[in-house]
Design a protein around this ligand. Structure first.
Ligand SMILES: [Zn+2]
Length: 355
């Protein structure tokens, strides 16, 4: 018997921080936080739309796991770190219908949570966080080059992986990826920068990110089902009220991420996963200079966040756009490692549904 299960991936939240003061200072830039989470919850009931996992960067990284239920609903749960059960118990959804629990994590430890919401509804999420501790870093100065592709090392990229071990990426055989932009608060040239960054992303991946027009939508946790385009880029302040986004980690000026879905025709023994939705939010308060010049720019931030949308993680190579910090040495174009990563998640890899 064939069965189809749906797996919705809550937002992958990637905070990207550039703490440049706009001044010529010699003090090292401080990375106040960066985060990379991958979530692959399996949801067998459409009434349970999402599980999200946050991994906060501070002295004690914490994965916060949340699932949507009904107000007052009770559920048993277990959390796992590196597949070792760390907590079990009962949870009660708050008055907004949200179950939450958290567990301390160490870099690269796989964190999971299972919620038994009813006899037939199980929410199963896992995350492999890359939560660096708060650190002071001075990015190495990139070698000045004329062409973006030759900057840095072609091995300087990281990818995300689904629970089945496959690289998490878009399906290049699923057609154009439609994008809408909410640039009302982005300032002069914001839309043009977004379009230019999308062009660079399309060029790097071979995927077709197509600008479809404007929107007033602001991506935030819990509203992905009403997102008006497959990818939305929005300038929106951090917050929980109308017109703001609650995706921002502490100190972040931008966030980018994706949702993936998985299907199985054998009852869940094997799954095909692919990215099906992406988002970028940019804090207008960051007041980055427009364009793609050297240093921390609006363009570089967009390239970085869109790199996450394509499926890239962070790199420790400070010459690459996917370095988790913008600073004076940032270059506003994809480097050799960035481009190698975009190729690794791009059209050249073929259909994701091919077995
Ligand atoms: Zn980032």
């Amino acid at each position: 018997m064939n069965r189809t299960k749906w797996a919705l991936t809550a937002a992958v939240v990637v905070a990207c921080v550039g703490q440049q003061g706009g001044l010529q200072r010699t003090v090292p830039a401080v990375m106040t936080g960066h985060v990379l989470t991958q979530v692959n919850p399996v949801v067998t009931d459409a009434a349970v739309p999402a599980v999200s996992v946050r991994c906060r960067t501070n002295a004690k990284p914490l994965a916060v796991l949340a699932a949507r239920g009904r107000p007052g609903q009770r559920a048993s749960y277990g959390t796992f770190v590196n597949r070792v059960r760390t907590h079990t118990g009962m949870l009660t959804a708050d008055r907004r219908g949200t179950f939450t629990t958290s567990t301390a994590v160490t870099d690269h430890r796989r964190v999971g949570v299972i919620l038994q919401l009813s006899s037939r509804t199980v929410v199963n999420a896992a995350v492999t966080p890359s939560c660096s501790k708060l650190m002071v870093a001075t990015p190495p100065a990139p070698a000045p080059t004329a062409t973006s592709g030759s900057r840095g090392n072609a091995t300087s990229y990281t990818l995300n992986y689904s629970r089945n071990g496959a690289v998490t990426r878009w399906d290049p055989c699923a057609g154009d990826i439609h994008v809408r932009v909410n640039a009302a608060n982005g300032g002069t040239g914001a839309l043009a920068d977004a379009q230019a960054a999308l062009s660079a992303l399309s060029s790097g991946t071979g995927l077709h990110f197509v600008y479809d027009g404007s929107t007033t939508f602001v991506p935030s946790t819990g509203n992905s089902s009403s997102q008006p385009a497959t990818v939305v880029i929005a300038w929106a302040a951090p917050g929980t009220g109308a017109g703001t986004s609650d995706y921002y980690e502490s100190g972040a000026i931008g966030e980018g991420g994706w949702r993936s879905s998985g299907t199985s025709t054998d009852g869940g023994a094997t799954w095909n996963w692919k990215i099906v939705q992406g988002f970028v939010v940019v804090d207008p308060g960051a007041s980055l200079p427009g364009g793609f010049g050297n240093g921390a720019t609006r363009g570089a931030l967009l390239l970085h966040e869109l790199g996450h949308v394509a499926g890239l993680g962070h790199t420790s190579d400070g010459s690459q756009v996917m370095y988790p910090m913008l600073g004076p040495s940032t270059v506003g174009s994809y480097g050799a490692g960035d481009l190698a990563g975009l190729t690794a998640v791009g059209a050249a890899k073929g259909c994701t549904t091919a077995s």
